[in-house]
Ligand binder design. Structure first.
Ligand SMILES: *[C@@H]1O[C@H](CO)[C@@H](O)[C@H](O)[C@H]1NC(C)=O
Ligand SMILES: *[C@@H]1O[C@H](CO)[C@@H](O)[C@H](O)[C@H]1NC(C)=O
Ligand SMILES: *[C@@H]1O[C@H](CO)[C@@H](O)[C@H](O)[C@H]1NC(C)=O
Ligand SMILES: *[C@@H]1O[C@H](CO)[C@@H](O)[C@H](O)[C@H]1NC(C)=O
Ligand SMILES: *[C@@H]1O[C@H](CO)[C@@H](O)[C@H](O)[C@H]1NC(C)=O
Ligand SMILES: *[C@@H]1O[C@H](CO)[C@@H](O)[C@H](O)[C@H]1NC(C)=O
Ligand SMILES: *[C@@H]1O[C@H](CO)[C@@H](O)[C@H](O)[C@H]1NC(C)=O
Ligand SMILES: *[C@@H]1O[C@H](CO)[C@@H](O)[C@H](O)[C@H]1NC(C)=O
Ligand SMILES: *[C@@H]1O[C@H](CO)[C@@H](O)[C@H](O)[C@H]1NC(C)=O
Length: 340
């Protein structure tokens, strides 16, 4: 009843103004966050020290490939929902707790590293939707995050050659597009899709080549990122145009992390290209790794995963600064425009 009464004034305004694009149904804000991805998103991993050292501060209890929170936690905060339940902990009663995180560390769009890939994550979601775990209304007023692809490229890079990059980027981006389409058809209208991290600036590349002082110069890897992003923008634009009442937006991880690497000091990061944890981070033999004094001063925690501070800074850019999203405004505006 309350819901109906709150809708009426909005409907009245809509009948007066010709151009009414407001998502009327969203007046109560986002209902849940549904996440598909890799270790950049997974919140149900079994991690050992030093993961979790900043938050929750109890060694091994963070369940994330980070010294603390990851992008999912900050996006959940933005949309004022709890960090979604990791798929591993979903139970039959878990119907409206702020969504589900289907992300799996090591996952790709292809079976790059052998973990449950994007399509299989969406299969699980599809099965739960078909079982009626959520109402159509709930999904309509929810948000999805798709953040995947880096594992497909790092695996390819081991033996890959530049001539094979176009075929790979097409496979990866079309795989993302197909699954974004499926998520949309299953009822989620608002979908954030992350582009790639700037691979050439990541410590797993810069440590060996440049002692983590600057990005590397590598045609093949730069080309992957540029082509992936171009194709991703093209495909997401097509989906938005093809399916009415869709708002698929790209959060530009490439641009956000480039900004942080290049202007680290501005954001409080000392030695921005350096990772905090060195060695076999997470190994139970603690003499196989070392950790920096203050992870809040590092953008990247281990060689590939951002730190909690890195993720916070990136989500702040998507949220507050124009130009870090594509196909839609900064997230704070997107949220209010769509009543999320
Ligand atoms: C990590 O997982 C454990 C075991 O399921 C759980 O008790 C703990 O609350 C989780 N920690 C966080 C930060 O979610
Ligand atoms: C669901 O909730 C009921 C009642 O609280 C409880 O008995 C049951 O064990 C729960 N099911 C699961 C799978 O957690
Ligand atoms: C790279 O090539 C080597 C030698 O052919 C092979 O053993 C290895 O599995 C390949 N790795 C990947 C990730 O393709
Ligand atoms: C790499 O950088 C560190 C300082 O962060 C320095 O101590 C070391 O000598 C450098 N190594 C090389 C090979 O330049
Ligand atoms: C190391 O960084 C510099 C820029 O400071 C760049 O010119 C150089 O090509 C990089 N080295 C490699 C191997 O990419
Ligand atoms: C990437 O490589 C393809 C061919 O392999 C080429 O057509 C394209 O122009 C390259 N793009 C960039 C940005 O270098
Ligand atoms: C993201 O930002 C980069 C610049 O860092 C730009 O080249 C790219 O076109 C942007 N868009 C997408 C979809 O990645
Ligand atoms: C831990 O690693 C160190 C260094 O490689 C090694 O000397 C030590 O035996 C290892 N400890 C255990 C318990 O495996
Ligand atoms: C950006 O927005 C977020 C959420 O709205 C807020 O928590 C954060 O403090 C803002 N950051 C900056 C730098 O303004």
């Amino acid at each position: 009843m309350l819901h109906r009464m709150r809708l009426l004034p909005v409907l009245a305004i809509c009948s007066i103004f010709f151009h009414c694009v407001t998502n009327i149904g969203g007046v109560d804000g986002a209902k849940g966050l549904y996440v598909f991805g890799d270790s950049y998103t997974d919140t149900g991993e079994n991690m050992h020290a030093p993961y979790g050292m900043t938050w929750p501060g109890v060694i091994g209890m963070g369940n994330r490939s980070s010294d603390g929170r990851n992008e999912v936690d900050y996006l959940a905060t933005l949309f004022e929902v709890p960090s979604p339940t990791p798929w591993e902990h979903l139970d039959a009663n878990n119907t409206n707790n702020g969504g589900v995180n289907f992300g799996v560390g090591g996952a790709g769009v292809t079976y790059a590293l052998g973990y449950r890939p994007l399509a299989v994550q969406v299969d699980v979601f599809e099965k739960l939707v078909n079982e009626g775990l959520w109402t159509k209304e709930h999904l309509k007023h929810s948000v999805a995050l798709v953040s995947i692809g880096i594992n497909d490229y790092t695996t390819f890079n081991v033996n890959g050659t530049a001539e094979k990059v176009p075929a790979l980027t097409t496979t990866v981006v079309d795989g993302i597009a197909l699954n974004v389409f499926r998520i949309r058809m299953l009822g989620i209208r608002h979908i954030m899709v992350a582009s790639l991290v700037p691979q050439t600036c990541m410590p797993y590349n810069t440590y060996w080549a440049n002692n983590s002082t600057a990005c590397i110069v590598n045609y093949m890897i730069s080309n992957e990122t540029v082509q992936h992003n171009e194709l991703l923008e093209n495909r997401m634009r097509l989906l938005n145009n093809a399916i009415p009442e869709s708002s698929i937006i790209i959060i530009n991880m490439t641009k956000a992390f480039e900004e942080l690497f290049h202007n680290g000091e501005k954001y409080g990061f000392e030695d921005p290209y350096k990772q905090c944890c060195m060695g076999a981070c997470g190994d139970t033999n603690t003499s196989l790794w070392t950790v920096c004094k203050d992870p809040t001063k590092s953008i990247i925690f281990d060689s590939i995963h951002p730190s909690q501070a890195g993720w916070k800074a990136a989500v702040d850019l998507y949220t507050n600064v124009s130009g870090y999203t594509v196909l839609g405004p900064k997230l704070s505006t997107w949220k209010s425009d769509h009543n999320l």
